[in-house]
Structures are given as structure tokens and as C-alpha cells.
Design a protein around this ligand. Structure first.
Ligand code: FMN
Length: 344
């Protein structure tokens, strides 16, 4: 297995926005999907209008506009910032990204410049952004979440505040995302300070019952659910016997998790989200339009992409075009009509 170089901003991109090296399991590098379709891909997420359902996932697209080097950001509905904490964090020691047979393992550990520098240096680059910006918030205490969430709520450039209660790569990162009571308690504090913007909650897949967590998030005032973060995982070098990630464990993402997340999106949508009128942003292993279409049929209003960006940073453009053609072939005018339409 090769090890992937890590840059401070996005992970494994060179400044020109291309993956320098990466697993080859993903993409038959076919040309662009021909563009002749007319279907309406626009959607609304808790009142936030998006030009199309494609969202760039937290932590995989830099702070704000780094992927504009790879394609015009008008081609996606939204960019999510990497998760911002109140204090700056260096994250974990290398190695903190490695490849795996059907995706990658990361243990970045929420490396970021911290709230003050984000507001001063990164957020101003959102001026003129041709898509929406979602601000991802992380913390190790309620006070930390409150500080970042309050600042994001006040920031005009941020369209929605996304709470990452599910990062498996910090010592206590799971405490709020593991138990419905802890999540409700966090939301009872955070919800009142997010008064101007919709509040999204990103769930952990590392729980016994993700539907119970989704119900707790909705009870606590979540206006959209992101399903899901990475799966707790580990890799060991059999020659040296050493853990391959410095921290031992990390989070698995990429195509290997996709079918599991389809099931989670389906269950969350049918059990709680649909009746509550809370949209789901599905996230896990999307690398082509079929994966995205599957998520939509399972109940997702929007589809985010993470690991795929490390392999082909332009892949969201192909996915959006493929979705448009699929929507046409399905004989409906709008992709929104296909949400949750999976059948037996
Ligand atoms: C290198 C890397 C860094 C990530 N950083 C964050 C982060 O800061 N905040 C967060 O909520 N999720 C983070 N994630 C999780 C992704 O947003 C996403 O939930 C996960 O990778 C599954 O989607 P995928 O299979 O399309 O990659 C990160 C994932 C990767 C691979």
C-alpha cells in the first residue's frame, strides 16, 4: 500500500489541485458526460437554495475555495468548510492519511487554523463565491461549539451551520455524537445561538442505532441531517507490526462505505426525517452519478462528496451532469421528485 503525501490545506493535493498519487480503484477515466439534458437540479435545504444537489464535504475541500483551482465552483450546490474549532489545532502526527482497498483511512484530527484566523484570513475569500458555503463546527466542549457556532451564525458568507458531532479522530470527538441524550443536551445549548441560519447536524455512523441519533438531532432542532461521517477503522503493517496511522485508528471513507450509508440514509429518511420534513444530505463513497442517484432514491435531498475529490478533484462536475441526464431519463422535471423513491 502506498502512503499519500499530505498538504496542510486539503490533504493530498498539490497546489494545482490534482491528486499526486492515489488508489486506482475509482474512476474509469472516461470523458465528460455529454451535456444536453434539461432537468431541474435545483433543490432547497432547509430554505437554502442550491443550484444542484452536490455538496463538497467538510475537511475534503479546504477552507472555502481551494477547489476552484480544479473546476468552477458554480458547478456544485455548496462547499462545506473544514471543521473549525475555537482554538487552532495541529491535528495528529503523520501518518494521518493512508489508502485502503476501497477508500482511505484518515486521522487528521481536526487540523485547522482556529476560529479567529478562519474569520480573519479564510472567510473573506468567500466573497463572490458562486455557490453556498456551509460552516462546519467542531469542539471538545459545549463552550467551544457555542463560540464557533455563534460566530458562524453572524457571518453573512455562511448559509448554514453544520455541527460535526461525529469526528472519530480526536480523543473525545465522539462524546456528543454517540448518545442521544448527549446530543440533545448539546443542541439545547447550540440551537438558541444559531438563530439566523439553518442548523445542520452531521451524524456518526459509529453507533448502534443511527435512527435514534437522527431522532435526537431533530428533537434538538436540526433542520438538516448529514449522514454520515467516517467509519472507525484501523490498519496494521504486517511486517513492522506497527499501526499504519500514527494514532492507531482512523476513519474509513470512500466506495467501501457507500452501501452501508445507503442503508443508513434509507432508514433515517423513512423512520424519522421524511415525516419531520427534515432533508438528508447523504455522504459516503460517492464517486459517480450512480452512487449519487442511489442516495437520492434512498431519501437524500443533497449528496456530498469527500474522498472522490482526492482522486479526481473534478468528479463533482461529472456527477452533476450524470444526475441531470438520469433525472431526464426518469421522466421527471426536477431531481427533487426522485427523493426517497426507491421501491421494492
Ligand atoms: C481527509 C479527510 C478529512 C476530513 N475532515 C473532516 C472534517 O474536518 N469535518 C467533518 O465533519 N468531516 C471530515 N471528514 C469526513 C468527510 O466529510 C466525510 O464525512 C467522509 O469522508 C465520508 O464521505 P466520502 O466517503 O465521500 O469521503 C474528513 C474526511 C477525510 C477523508
Amino acid at each position: 500500500m502506498g502512503r499519500l503525501p499530505v498538504s496542510e490545506t486539503i490533504g493530498i493535493f498539490t497546489p494545482r489541485g490534482r491528486a499526486t498519487r492515489g488508489p486506482s480503484f475509482f474512476f474509469p477515466r472516461s470523458g465528460p458526460v455529454p451535456f444536453a439534458a434539461m432537468a431541474d437540479l435545483s433543490i432547497s435545504l432547509a430554505g437554502v437554495p442550491l443550484a444542484n444537489p452536490i455538496v463538497l464535504a467538510a475537511g475534503t475541500a479546504g477552507y472555502v475555495r481551494e477547489l476552484a483551482d480544479a473546476f468552477p465552483l458554480s458547478e456544485v450546490g455548496a462547499v462545506t468548510t473544514k471543521s473549525i474549532t475555537r482554538e487552532a489545532r495541529d491535528g495528529n502526527a503523520p501518518w494521518r492519511i493512508i489508502d485502503s482497498p476501497a477508500g482511505m483511512l484518515n486521522a487528521i484530527g481536526l487540523a485547522n487554523v482556529g476560529l479567529d484566523r478562519f474569520l480573519a484570513e479564510k472567510l473573506p475569500t468567500a466573497a463572490g463565491l458562486p455557490c453556498r458555503l456551509f460552516g462546519s463546527v467542531a469542539g471538545h466542549s459545549t463552550d467551544e461549539y457555542l463560540a464557533v457556532a455563534r460566530a458562524f451564525d453572524a457571518a453573512d458568507a455562511i448559509a448554514a451551520v453544520e455541527l460535526n458531532v461525529s469526528c472519530p479522530n480526536t480523543a473525545d470527538g465522539l462524546q456528543f455524537g454517540e448518545h442521544p441524550t448527549a446530543l440533545r443536551a448539546l443542541l439545547s445549548e447550540v440551537k438558541p445561538v444559531v438563530a439566523r441560519k439553518p442548523l445542520f447536524v452531521k451524524l456518526s455512523p459509529n453507533v448502534g442505532d443511527i435512527v435514534a441519533m437522527a431522532a435526537a438531532a431533530i428533537d434538538g432542532g436540526a433542520q438538516a441531517l448529514v449522514v454520515a461521517n467516517t467509519f472507525s477503522a484501523m490498519a496494521i503493517d504486517v511486517e513492522t507490526r506497527a499501526y499504519r496511522l500514527s494514532r492507531g485508528r482512523g476513519g474509513l471513507s470512500g466506495p467501501g462505505i457507500h452501501p452501508i450509508v445507503v442503508r443508513m440514509v434509507h432508514d433515517v429518511y423513512r423512520s424519522v426525517a421524511r415525516d419531520a420534513g427534515v432533508p438528508v444530505i447523504a455522504l459516503g463513497g460517492v464517486s459517480n452519478w450512480r452512487d449519487a442517484a442511489e442516495f437520492i432514491l434512498a431519501g437524500a435531498t443533497a449528496v456530498a462528496m469527500g474522498t472522490a475529490l482526492f482522486i479526481d478533484p473534478r468528479s463533482p462536475v461529472r456527477v452533476a451532469r450524470g444526475l441531470r441526464e438520469w433525472t431526464d431519463r426518469q421522466g421527471v422535471r426536477s431531481v427533487a421528485e426522485l427523493v426517497g423513491q426507491a421501491r421494492s
